[in-house]
Design a protein around this ligand. Structure first.
Ligand SMILES: NC(=O)c1ccc[n+]([C@@H]2O[C@H](COP(=O)([O-])OP(=O)(O)OC[C@H]3O[C@@H](n4cnc5c(N)ncnc54)[C@H](O)[C@@H]3O)[C@@H](O)[C@H]2O)c1
Length: 359
């Protein structure tokens, strides 16, 4: 395949990082940009050096010069854009979630499989070096048998870095467009994916979700506590999501303080950073045999993880890599997140039914 020409649908905040990633790839380019706001589509096409701009994603997909489609719109639109792209035989890189309902996601995957098109669901955290090293330590038994994972995300207010764009938040606070709460279905969602990666499948989940009004009529799902039991015996996890409006966070992207802690039978490890570098501690630490090991030389720039996710997609198109998250794997994360949402809604515990697709 010669130079890969990509069409970006949804030219918002995240698209700027994906477009920057394509600038670093020699044999791929952003060829077309679609946004329902015409001035955004044109401005971003000019900024990113794209040849075409569209306001209707169907037109971008119908463009014969477009080889691959990046889907970076609000969540409720993902499934229809992915299905249109699959029907047209285009390769697809879609932001999470694949769809906001399980049945819809299954239908999307059926079509993708039937058409035999490439689908990668973007999960930059799976390219985040400190997390990958942590996974390696767990798999090689450095902390013994993992027993508990504890994860925390606190959304603060930006101090420099990315400006907060109200339009990027408004749809997230509408469950019909987001799929669930703005925190659980965004930063929280990536943490649930990380729990599956590090600790394996999940059996049951409970959740307590509160609401904080951040503007008249607009609610954030904070504070939230999700806790669960993995399929492996004696293995549990928890996720805490909070909003601290007066906490100023210096970050090159989102103003969030986040960490992951895994406790094993002979050691513990901590991934101390995510989007923002806020602590002085190393991005990854490991405690074992009464000693603390700090790994300060890992690439901790979260933007690099996003770039790596895009580069992986291009390698997949060339048959040189496998998708970071396949459709089937993405379905497992969606099932987990929806079970947490249901548990919060009805109370009690929800069985996740985390099984491979087709099993
Ligand atoms: N860690 C991560 O991987 C990560 C981080 C941030 C965002 N995301 C994902 O990226 C996606 C986009 O998030 P964002 O923060 O950039 O949102 P955003 O609101 O900044 O951008 C969305 C864009 O989509 C456009 N849009 C809306 N409807 C459209 C339509 N019908 N056709 C074409 N364009 C349309 C909007 O005008 C807007 O420009 C979401 O799925 C989000 O979950 C992932």
């Amino acid at each position: 395949m010669s130079r890969i020409r990509v069409g970006i649908v949804g030219a918002g905040q995240m698209a700027s990082l994906h477009a920057a990633a394509y600038k670093e790839i020699e044999d791929a380019e952003v060829y077309a940009v679609c946004d329902r706001r015409e001035e955004v589509a044109i401005n971003k096409a000019l900024e990113w050096g794209a040849s075409r701009s569209y306001t209707d994603y169907a037109d971008l997909i119908a463009d014969p010069n477009v080889d691959a489609v990046e889907v970076l719109t609000p969540h409720h639109l993902h499934h229809e854009i992915v299905m249109a792209a699959a029907a047209a035989g285009k390769a697809i890189h879609v932001a999470k979630p694949l769809a906001i309902g399980l049945k819809t996601a299954e239908r999307v995957l059926d079509l993708v499989e039937q058409r035999g098109v490439l689908l990668q669901v973007s999960e930059p955290s799976f390219h985040f070096r400190p997390l990958l090293e942590a996974q390696g330590f767990i798999e090689s038994g450095e902390i013994g048998s993992p027993m508990a994972i504890r994860m925390k995300v606190t959304l603060g207010s930006p101090s420099g870095g990315w400006p907060t764009k109200p339009e990027s938040w408004l749809w997230r606070m509408d469950p019909a467009r987001c799929g669930g709460g703005a925190l659980l279905f965004d930063h929280g969602y990536h943490k649930l994916a990380a729990a599956l990666l590090l600790m394996g499948p999940v059996e049951q989940v409970s959740a307590w979700v509160s609401r904080t009004e951040i503007h008249p009529g607009y609610f954030l799902d904070a504070p939230t506590l999700v806790f669960w039991k993995h399929v492996a015996s004696n293995r549990v996890g928890s996720l805490e999501l909070t909003y601290a409006p007066q906490l100023l966070v210096r970050s090159t992207t989102y103003p969030v303080v986040e960490f992951i802690e895994v406790t094993g039978t002979r050691g513990m490890l901590w991934v101390n950073q995510g989007c923002a570098r806020v602590l002085n501690s190393a991005p990854l630490e490991l405690m074992r045999d009464s000693r603390l090991f700090s790994f300060g030389d890992l690439d901790e720039d979260w933007r690099e993880a996003v770039y790596a996710s895009v580069k992986n997609f291009v390698l997949c198109m060339r048959g040189q890599a496998r998708p970071t998250l396949s459709g089937g794997e993405a379905l497992r994360v969606l099932r987990f997140a929806l079970a947490a949402r249901e548990a919060a809604h009805h109370g009690g515990t929800v069985v996740v039914g985390d099984v491979p697709r087709g099993a």
